[in-house]
Structure formats: structure tokens, C-alpha cells
Design a protein around this ligand. Sequence first.
Ligand code: SF4
Length: 257
Amino acid sequence: MGIEKHQKDYRPNAWQNYTLQELGEWVHLFMKRANHRTNIIKAKKDIYDAKNYLWMMGEIIREKEEQIIKAMNDVRLSPPEEFLPKFPHMLSGGQRQRVGIARTLVLDPILLVADEPVSMIDASSRAEILYLFNDLKKKYNLSILYITHDIATAKYFSDNIAVMYLGRIVEFGDTREVIDHPLHPYTKALINAVPDPDPKNRFIQREVVSGEPPSPINPPSGCRFHTRCPYKFEPCDGEEPPLKKKHEGHHVSCYLV
Ligand code: SF4
């Protein structure tokens, strides 16, 4: 069967040279690779005229082909025909991450949830992926919910940042404002924990939060951070502090502030 041949032939009118069976296999392959929902095919199932069916398949192929090629070029997996026939083990960590992003882009999303997208890849690819996210935000008019434990990477491309502790937002606001003027003790501890590459600062003592986070299944009463907070005082283990607005676009949940 001709799948191998088709994997390398992505010209706009290439589908016209294939048999119906080959077209069907090709569509299946594209859908599988793009993780596209198969209900798009099912919705066309009532078409049993061979010519119409062929036309529909051709249209679908052409449309998917263009979307996939565009998504692959946009995530810089180019030339796409070199990457499409490859298996995951033939790609680097950064390339695999790009494939994951391309798979979401063909669905034309308005929101992309990226959960620790750079935690498993090396530092150089990390920067590339973050720059890529920045480009895609503008190109696709996309919102990205970037979930990370690494506040250092979040600050590079986030417009707003929400710091969470044990499932609660403890500080929220404009990224620059939160990073430059953190108010919550946990946010300050996260920022302090970011390694400083300047050797002149290697002897500076940093304030580090002691202890382990309590179980999120049975969180502490009051402020969830009170079991580790060096500034804990009387009201902290009673009522949970509300998320209050301190400045325009900067909210914090702490009795101290
Ligand atoms: S509310 Fe109290 S325990 Fe919680 S962060 Fe503020 S000072 Fe610390």
C-alpha cells in the first residue's frame, strides 16, 4: 500500500493521483497524526455518491494538509516532509515538544494549556520553546495558560502571573509587578530560590522556606502557608485570608499586607 509514498508527497493537488482506498488511508493517517477528532469524518458519512465522496475526501485532505504543514512550519519543524514520517524516538526532546504544540494548533484553539512544557528538555531547547510560545501567541491570537514550578521561565513570556500554594491563588497580577514587587512570603521565597548566574552573588544568603508542603488532601486551617511561613502571627491559622487588591492589577492573600 502507498502510505510511504504519500508521506513524502504534500503538493496541493497530490490527492488527485490516488485511489479512493489510498485517500482513505491517508486521511486516517493525517487524523491520527494531528490527533484530530474522527467525528469530522463521521459527520460526512451520509455521502455515498462515489464522486462526492472523493471530492469530500480531497477537500478534507487538502484542508488538513495545509493546516498540518502550516502548523509544522510555525513550530519550526521544517521542512515538514522530513519530519512527518518520523517516529517519536527519532526526534529530540525539543522536537517532540514542537510536535505536541503543532497537534494543538491544527485544532485552531483560542486557549492552549501548557503544563510544564519545558521541564523535560535541556536548557537551550527550553529557551527556544518559550520564544516559540511568544511567537504563536501573536500569530494565532492565542491565550496560553502556562503551568510551571519555575517562576524564572514564567516571567519571560507571561502577561499575568498567578502564584498558587496548595491549590489556592496567593498572589495574582501583572507579571512585572509581581516579580519586581512580590508581596506574599511564598512568592518572595520562590523568587529567592531562582539560581543567580552572577558569581559575585554566590555568597549572598537567601531566604529559603523550611519544611515540606502539607498534604493538599487535608490542608491546614486558615492561611495554607502558615505551617511554613516565617512571618506567621495570630490570625494566620484562623480564617483564610481573602485575596485582596493591593494595587491596580495586583492581588494578594496575606494578613501581613
Ligand atoms: S497570612 Fe500569615 S501565614 Fe499566611 S503568608 Fe501571610 S503572614 Fe504568612
